[in-house]
Design a protein around this ligand. Structure first.
Ligand SMILES: [Zn+2]
Length: 522
């Protein structure tokens, strides 16, 4: 199997993305994560750009990496001076990495109109800078910036840039689609010409402005590139960089290449989740291979088909990338989905066709009434327990009242009073909140806190209300989905009613019920 070098730039190009701001600690965490995952090169920034980057490289020097090579990034020397006199080159050297990535201009327009120098001087800048680092025994990855636009405008010059870098001793020549506008056929032709013009390994660095970064990277590899740059989840300026989380499994599972150390592909899903967490961005669940939707099935026929023949409705086995298959509940999903859910929790019941059919029937009625358990798996569990007669209520809500009025300070506030019964013992509690549901939630947990101290850790983390379409003239129904968390895990429950407070209350009761039942089991 042919090995493809994987070069991640989450910490450099990825950090250019909107909404991303890594602290030095974040960067160290990402570095360790990517190293443990087996990424070959981790590009971590430009030591000349700011003190934070310098601090990072100082700290990173003390970290023992198991697999990865840390890469500092910088530009060629400025025009008309010697490489050793250039402050940027010196800063790059002071990062003390064994590998550097140096970018230089490959588009004649940029040479003449942006940095305002001659085409010859630009070649000298590239040569001198690479030569300087090679003399110091440092591995040099040369990024030919705007290579594809340059190739279109002046192919001969773009190729000359690569040959100059090769002559200076560069270890890898990376073709950059910096503006992300290159089409597939252009990518193929320009990469092919490059591979034929030099003997040094060729790399590809694609941006996603035409939604082609992954496809372009794969095409470049088909044409002979052996080094691929990108960011693990695709973070990057504008529309992002080539997403390695798609490129790697495509190469390994479908194209016969090797990217990661053996067995590491199984960690893909988990590593991407952790990276998103360090980055503090919301995970896009529609992402190929690593999104939660990637292997979730809703249509009844799909689910039925998958159960009969593995692979009938999936392009790969989800566990190969550490993801998992999920059957979503819905009216159309039919008996198969219900049976799958039951098989996990109540394998005996799942075999009883009559019980399954009854449950299915009940579910359809509920769905007609607007109670969908999709996105509220915990309420679904409670529903099944109730239907099977296995549910014993941990508490009863005897009474509740909510006061929701603007206060005299013109701020909106709400108060709630609740009375609960736990094993014959009653207790009343009141609480205020920034809205009626918040007040109700607090009052409920206050009242139950004495009986169940574990509830003090539970907080509401998400609250969604949706107005359901209705054929009735009596008024629309609302569906409330809440997400609760105890700091370790989170769970979601649903409530449906014509009254938003009541719908919220039903979801809250399920949420507390679920938490208490889970604790009972443990
Ligand atoms: Zn880039």
């Amino acid at each position: 199997m042919k090995k493809i070098q994987v070069f991640d730039s989450t910490l450099r190009d990825g950090a250019q993305a909107r909404g991303i701001n890594y602290s030095v600690t974040d960067k160290i965490n990402v570095l360790k994560l990517l190293d443990s995952f087996g990424i070959d090169y981790i590009e971590a920034g430009n030591p000349a750009s700011n003190p934070k980057e310098r601090e990072f490289f100082n700290k990173a020097a003390d970290i023992e990496l198991y697999h990865s090579k840390l890469v500092a990034f910088g530009s060629t020397r400025r025009k008309d001076i010697k490489a050793e006199e250039d402050a940027g080159v010196q800063a790059l050297l002071s990062a003390n990495t064994k590998t550097v990535a140096i970018f230089g201009k490959a588009w004649d327009l940029h040479v003449t109109d942006v940095i305002n120098t001659s085409l010859e001087e630009n070649l000298a800048m590239i040569y001198d800078t690479i030569y300087f680092f090679k003399q110091k025994g440092i591995e040099v990855i040369f990024d030919a910036e705007h290579f594809f636009d340059g190739y279109k405008a002046n192919a001969e010059y773009a190729i000359k840039v690569l040959q100059t870098a090769e002559k200076a001793g560069a270890d890898c020549l990376v073709l950059c689609d910096t503006n992300g506008g290159t089409m597939l056929c252009e990518m193929r032709a320009a990469t092919k010409a490059s591979v034929e013009s030099v003997n040094t390994p060729i790399g590809i660095h694609a941006h996603n402005d035409s939604e082609l970064a992954v496809a372009n990277s794969l095409i470049a590899i088909e044409e002979g590139a052996t080094h691929v740059q990108g960011t693990l989840i695709g973070f990057g300026e504008r529309c992002g960089n080539a997403r390695l989380s798609s490129i790697i499994p495509n190469l390994e599972l479908k194209m016969g290449y090797e990217c990661l150390p053996k067995g590491k592909l199984n960690d893909l899903y988990e590593v991407c989740r952790q990276l998103a967490e360090f980055t503090n961005l919301i995970f896009d669940e529609t992402l190929a291979y690593i999104g939660q939707n990637a292997f979730s099935h809703k249509g009844g026929m799909h689910i039925d088909g998958l159960k009969k023949a593995k692979g009938s409705f999936e392009h790969i086995e989800p566990s190969l990338v550490g993801n998992y298959r999920e059957f979503l509940l819905s009216e159309v999903a039919g008996k198969s989905a219900m049976a799958s859910k039951l098989e996990n929790d109540y394998p005996e019941v799942a075999k009883d066709k009559k019980v399954v059919a009854e449950l299915m029937d009940k579910l359809k009625h509920l769905e007609n009434d607007g109670v969908s358990f999709e996105g509220a798996e915990s309420s679904f569990k409670i529903f099944i327990m109730k239907e099977l007669g296995l549910h014993k209520p941990m508490f009863n809500l005897i009474h509740f009242k909510v006061f929701d009025e603007p206060s005299h300070h013109n701020t909106f506030g709400a108060y709630a009073v609740v009375k609960v019964d736990v094993n014959g013992e009653t207790r009343m509690a009141a609480a205020d909140g920034n809205g009626p549901v918040n007040a109700l939630d607090k009052a409920l947990r206050e009242a139950l806190g004495n009986f169940f101290p574990e509830l003090t850790k539970v907080v509401l983390t998400d609250y969604k209300v949706r107005v359901l379409e209705t054929n009735h003239a009596t008024g629309a129904k609302v569906r409330v989905i809440i997400e609760s968390s105890d700091g370790n895990s989170s769970w979601r429950t649903v409530g449906v009613s014509t009254d938003v407070i009541e719908a919220s209350l039903l979801a809250l009761i399920d949420s507390i019920d679920y938490k208490l039942l889970e604790n009972e089991v443990q």
